[in-house]
Design a binder for this molecule. Sequence first.
Ligand code: GLY
Length: 368
Amino acid sequence: MFNLEERKKAVDFSLGKIRNNIKTFRETFPSAQSENYTYLPVTELSWTEGFWTGMLWHAYEMTGYEELKDTAMHHVELFGDRLEKRQGLNHHDLGFLYSLSCVAAYKITGDIKARDIAIGAAEVLIERYHAKGEFIQAWGDIGGKENHRLIIDCLLNIPLLFWASEETGCEKYRDIACKHLKTTLDVSIREDFTTYHTFYFDYLTGEKLKGVTHQGYSDDSCWARGQAWGVYGLALAYAYTKDETLIPIFNGITERFLSNLPVDNVPYWDMIFTEGDEPRDTSAAAIAVCGILEMQKYIQNEHYKQKAMDMLNALYHGYLTGEESNGILTEGMYSRPEGHNPECNIWGDYFFVEALHRLENVEWKLYW
Ligand code: GLY
């Protein structure tokens, strides 16, 4: 069980790490993954910078400490500048970047500049939509044959579009989000509710071609983080649409995620592994916990809730960093096929903090 005392200690531990990092990561951001469990300043813009700003917002909301807010608002300016210059934005991860920084800023402070930047980001994201095939292209220049695919991770980017429609009253963002969601559910989820990481379309006709992995073990295995993106992505899609047909799909993906966990409740990097010495991916656990907790707002399921607490308990007891590290969770796995080793991942830290904040304050308003 993850009891109140453990939760308080986990919160204090995480807030301590965040506060220690404010000065280092004000003009710059922590790298996507640590090196020997130390985050260095980013050298190349990526899809991950929003996670640090999102952690600052969580810490601010939990403590009221002004320096956190001040730094996060400074990041809003940096994200605005990045959008204006279109730097490092040739990909679909505008939600990861702009929901956690600018949507959060707007929701927490009412800052109109932050709102407008986030809407500008939604506008850039929909440029990647292909009407033939009805999907948002994940990576690379638009139009290339080799880039004509979606990835399941994008379920965390489309909340930016749902939010932009709610905020502006303009339906085009939501339309694209719904079409992309439907296509993703059609092509990425297998009959047994495991998931494909990426799925290709014919670049001339938009016809569905094939599922292929990028960060998983094999094309037909189940990359743990992809499955977790599915859990949380479905919960967020339900939060915005209240479409009841999403519920059995959420349940299927979640049950598959939970039933493929090893006995100690921390997934291996690919769910083809359920025992042995393969590396874990703690970030996948933290993401799935947030998805389960989000869905609990609408449909209570004691088994899922219990497993979410078991995962948090396992992360707390087995995977917190030591004093020398500036990260929070050990043993995140960025991309095993690319030769990465277990390290802190900035998104794993983010979702761990989000999960704790959700437990601290059940009224917490989504940044997504
Ligand atoms: N969205 C990229 C990843 O999960 O590694």
